[in-house]
Design a protein around this ligand. Structure first.
Ligand SMILES: C[S@@+](CC[C@H](N)C(=O)[O-])C[C@H]1O[C@@H](n2cnc3c(N)ncnc32)[C@H](O)[C@@H]1O
Ligand code: SF4
Length: 385
């Protein structure tokens, strides 16, 4: 790891509202029929930023991520207030990456110029699918045409943009996905996030799936769809740098690398998580999830933190393994040893190598292979045991 990576410090800001709730989604997102008081939220974000900066002391912010929910429902002025507050309380790196997650509707695309003027320099669009029937099934409020128009506006407005697609959708064949992905790559510049549909407990999709009304691909088909994803993307110069993220070299999302490399980040807003190094200890923080309850806590106490756990060596090392092995670059076993106080089991490494699930590079880095990624959870559990 280079010195530059070691000093990475990200700020995540959560906007918890959406126009409607997609039936597959279990993110902290809420639908409100009354208007949202954005000024009140902007003040609360600024206050929580100030309180968090008091705890961290001096840091140089290398990335900011406005995620959701649907941050593209925020007025550009609100985004500007949040970015100004970050700049008042921390030093901001001259080449800071500032990403905003956007839903690809025509209304939201009209705000892109305002976001750019406010300081956003990268957008990540939730396109999800390129055909209208799938979008309808996913409960999306936009058509494929509208989404592609929003991508075109993003291309004109920002040097860097990415979009998300969900695959392993009901009825999807490897051929259909391969064609859809090839079309998507033509629209993508440098980065794509490709997520396998996950049936999350508590969502409407979970109920439909349990009742047999929503059929998702079986293990063999899911594996074939995963293989198509890797092959098509690699052929077009967008290899996976993380299990679900593809980029041209140098175009990786720097903010998400902070998470996967086990670096430091502040979590601001309702339901945001943080990892802060304070007094030589790593704190895992989480804020109140419910937006109005978060507002009241911040207004009363200056922050909405409801969980603040100091991670012990074992927890830190496990987290490092769990996050780092998602990356194609893998992990440095020496860093694992420094965190945990013990080395990884050489016999387990040998077995996993023989099975083709992991590889050890000439410089000693340990990484999961393409064959190992579909069984990543089992590989991590085996190494961490
Ligand atoms: C928090 S969402 C925010 C993006 C934005 N609100 C949108 O929907 O366009 C981030 C991404 O997670 C992915 N996602 C959410 N729920 C998922 C699920 N159950 N399975 C797979 N991907 C999911 C979607 O691709 C989505 O774009
Ligand atoms: S997928 Fe995006 S738009 Fe849909 S409910 Fe989740 S956060 Fe909101």
């Amino acid at each position: 790891m280079t010195a530059a990576e070691q000093t990475a410090f990200g700020v995540y800001v959560h906007w918890p509202f959406c126009l409607s709730k997609c039936p597959y989604c279990d993110f902290n997102s809420h639908v409100r029929h009354a208007a949202i008081d954005e000024n009140r939220f902007a003040l609360a974000f600024a206050r929580e930023i100030a309180t968090t900066a008091e705890r961290t002391g001096k840091r140089e912010v290398t990335s900011i991520f406005l995620g959701g929910g649907t941050p593209s429902l925020m007025r550009p002025e609100t985004v500007g207030h949040v970015l100004d507050a970050i700049g008042r309380h921390w030093r901001v790196a001259p080449d800071v990456e500032v990403t905003l997650e956007a839903n690809p509707t025509s209304v939201e695309a009209t705000r892109f110029a305002g976001y750019r003027a406010a300081g956003v320099n990268r957008v990540s669009l939730g396109v999800q699918a390129l055909d209208d029937a799938s979008l309808k099934e996913l409960g999306r409020l936009h058509s494929a045409r509208e989404a592609l128009d929003a991508v075109a506006i993003a291309r004109k407005s920002f040097d860097r943009y990415s979009f998300d697609l969900i695959y392993a959708r009901p009825g999807q064949t490897p051929q259909a996905w391969s064609d859809e992905l090839a079309r998507a790559i033509k629209e993508a510049a440098e980065h794509l996030s490709l997520y396998q549909l996950t049936i999350e407990e508590g969502t409407p999709f979970f109920g439909l799936h349990a009742a047999g009304k929503l059929k998702t691909p079986d293990e063999a088909l899911a594996r074939a769809l995963y293989d198509v994803t890797q092959d098509v993307c690699a052929r077009h110069g967008l290899p996976a740098y993380e299990i679900s993220n593809h980029a041209r070299q140098g175009a990786e999302c720097r903010h998400n690398l902070v998470y996967w490399r086990g670096e430091e980040y502040a979590g601001i807003g309702p339901g945001a998580h943080g990892r802060l190094d304070i007094g030589g200890e790593r704190h895992a923080t989480a804020t109140e999830k419910r937006p109005e309850a978060w507002l009241m806590r911040v207004e009363a106490n200056g922050h909405g933190v409801v969980t603040d756990d100091v991670l012990n060596r074992e927890e830190r090392a496990d987290e490092f393994l769990l996050m780092g092995l998602r990356l194609a670059e893998g992990i440095d076993p020496k860093r694992y040893a420094a965190l945990s106080g013990r080395t990884l089991d050489a016999r387990r490494i040998d077995v996993l190598r023989e099975e083709g699930a992991i590889a050890v590079d000439a410089d000693g880095r340990l990484r999961v292979t393409q064959a190992g990624f579909p069984v990543l959870d089992a590989v991590v559990a085996d190494l961490a045991a």
